[in-house]
Design a protein around this ligand. Structure first.
Ligand SMILES: [Zn+2]
Length: 365
């Protein structure tokens, strides 16, 4: 039965209170439990659009008695960031007061959970109790904690984002591949990246971390499917994309048994699925203006020039600095900024072979 819950976030600024709208569908605590949130990066507005469009389908399915388990939807996960407008520009990626990236620094309760498991608690109870022990230090961490509590115990977590300018792509735990080829095929994503412990605790990894830790400690803890769905770029609000992506997510939920009814034919995934360490993170060698020489979706090879960096003070008389790729792969994302400085990330190429150590510290989600 669909109902809406309004959660008041603790007030951290005198005279200000923000609210989180939470939609609950199906039967409380029924399985599978699905948790969907959109726009923890508050400037990734296509994510909010897709969640809103999907919600309409879910409400209709609920009215028809088709929700098999429980589905929780937070179509606007970051009311703090949504209000962070400076000079008519939405700055929703980071918390203004601290500069903290809203999708970093979520609580990893793995250690506390494993300790509780030793005392015989069920893992979902252990996670909830561990989260309940945390005192947030500011408004942003209070929001993060609330979102983690809402997602607690979910079998499927869809964390909806966008990149800067990009094609559709997914981040997920390596254990969920090729199992998640259904989602990849339905969305038609050309790129899937495997990430685990990528650093700084993004939301979806803190959903799975306690289960991985429990497993490492010898407990039986089936890993929830938590994935970041990157719904193209920040400006891709076209209605046809919203409709298409929302219906793909709806079909995915049918395929996973969260919604009863006919399951669509699932297109085969024909993109590149590989560890995030196979992503070539393209950095500018110089300060200047970015001129891309490849379009998103291009297949590129080592040495291919992806962009030129032009210093306007040198004119066009000197050869520009260039950004080349080191891998065979797909140029699937780039920055929406056209100004670069030495070391700034301007884009990403996803290949099949690992080309760098570790996965942290780079443009991500
Ligand atoms: Zn994001």
């Amino acid at each position: 039965m669909h109902h809406t819950e309004t959660i008041a976030l603790a007030g951290y600024s005198p005279g200000t209170i923000r609210h989180l709208a939470v939609h609950r569908l199906g039967t409380p605590d029924a399985r599978p439990k699905v948790y969907i949130q959109a726009g923890i990066h508050a400037d990734e507005l296509p994510a909010n659009l897709v969640a809103s469009r999907l919600l309409r389908e879910l409400v209709a399915a609920d009215a028809a008695g088709r929700i098999a388990g429980e589905i929780v939807v937070v179509p606007l996960a970051n009311p703090i960031g949504t209000a962070n407008v400076q000079a008519q520009r939405l700055m929703g990626r980071s918390f203004g007061a601290s500069g903290q990236n809203f999708n970093r620094g979520f609580n990893d309760v793995s250690q506390a959970v494993v300790a509780r498991l030793e005392n015989g608690e069920a893992i979902e109870d252990a996670i909830r109790a561990s989260l309940d022990e945390i005192t947030p230090r500011d408004e942003a961490t209070a929001l993060q904690l609330q979102l983690q509590k809402l997602a607690c115990g979910a079998d499927i977590v869809l964390d909806l984002h966008t990149d800067s300018e990009a094609e559709l792509h997914l981040y997920l735990d390596p254990d969920h591949w090729p199992g998640a080829a259904d989602l990849a095929g339905l969305l038609g994503v050309p790129v899937v990246m495997f990430a685990r412990h990528s650093g700084d605790n993004p939301f979806e990894e803190t959903c799975t971390a306690p289960y991985l830790a429990a497993r490492a400690a010898g407990h039986d803890a089936p890993l929830p499917f938590a994935t970041v769905v990157e719904l193209r770029g920040e400006r891709d609000t076209q209605a046809e994309n919203t409709q298409r992506d929302a219906m793909a997510l709806f079909q995915f939920l049918c395929a996973r048994g969260a919604i009863a009814g006919e399951v669509a034919d699932i297109p085969a995934f024909d993109g590149i699925a590989a560890d995030f360490s196979a992503t070539d993170v393209l950095r500018s060698p110089a300060a200047g203006i970015v001129v891309f020489k490849q379009s998103l979706g291009s297949m590129v090879s080592p040495g291919d020039v992806i962009a030129e960096i032009i210093d306007p003070l040198c004119g066009h008389d000197q050869p520009p600095a260039t950004v080349t790729t080191r891998t065979n792969g797909r140029f699937f994302a780039h920055s929406s900024e056209r100004i670069a400085w030495p070391g700034s990330v301007i884009g990403k190429v996803h290949g099949s072979e690992p080309i760098r150590d570790g996965v942290s510290g780079v443009l991500y989600d």
